[in-house]
Design a protein around this ligand. Sequence first.
Ligand code: PBG
Length: 339
Amino acid sequence: MSFPALRPRRLRATKAIRDLVAETKLEPSDFILPIFVKEGIDKPEPIEAMPGQYRYPVGEHLVRFVREALEVGIKAVLLFGYPRDRDEKGLVATRREGVVQEAVRLLRREFGDELVIFTDVCICNYTVHGHCGIPVRRRKGPVEITIVDNDSTLEVIAKMAVSHAEAGADFVAPSGMMDGMIRAIREALDREGFTDVGIMSYAVKYASGFYGPFREALHSAPRFGDRRSYQMDPRNAAEALKEARLDVEEGADILMVKPALAYLDVISLVKEAFPDYPLAAYNVSGEYSMVKAAAEKGWIDERIVTLEILTAIKRAGADIIITYHAIDAAKWLREGLPF
Ligand code: PBG
């Protein structure tokens, strides 16, 4: 009888040995907590499709929620706005007293430099049609068609970014997948003197079914058509490198791949191609809600599965994870990883 000479199991024998040789570390400071802020409400509203998540008014509840995050070691938030009114071009998103702008000011006043504030820059949750760009009628030979116009949208999102910088954001995060959006925003920020405000680009963002719950949270689903003329085709991976390269050339400081879980291969590819840029991955609403739903049914262990998913996203190459699980995960991490 012959015995194995090589025994990988030696390195798995105890929790202490496993921790010692673990290749991937997961920490609360890896997380960015996404937060929905809504104008015109006075207490947090639960989001049905995202159990445990709320839309917050700009006020004491928001401050308390962010304080809770800081207390468990999370350093950063990403703000999304739900305005009282919407318009055709998303101009409400550029208002000085807009809901995100007010939230940034409040959090900055409250937490100073201890908190890293990211803001989402996209018009879909500020427009009546729900598209990330301005729809226009265009003549195509004998017919007229509706397209989502790239260049006129750049002007609006550049203004929006400047208004967030003025309010005190550290980073703006354009998510609309318009061509040239990073350059347009960088130029506008620099022109207005915000050379120190960074850009986290949703460089690689797929047209994904996993955004469903988020669109309920912000009522931002497109009223006609879909987003496939600007977000990426899930069949493509090499194209991710083109998108990332353009954003690097245009001045992005942090790159992002989104969603995360079904795109771990893309996270790997982008990290390998741009090792000198911090890479964020967005663990999106549908990924969150699937875990929540299965856990509610008692079919999976929420703690183990959540930490396994977040670890996998880091293992794939992400440095930063944007996740609705952030506070729970940070608390669980205090007890150590369950592996
Ligand atoms: C919109 C935007 C979306 C998300 C972030 N910014 C949705 C979309 O493209 O429809 C999705 C985030 C999530 O699902 O958690 N520009």
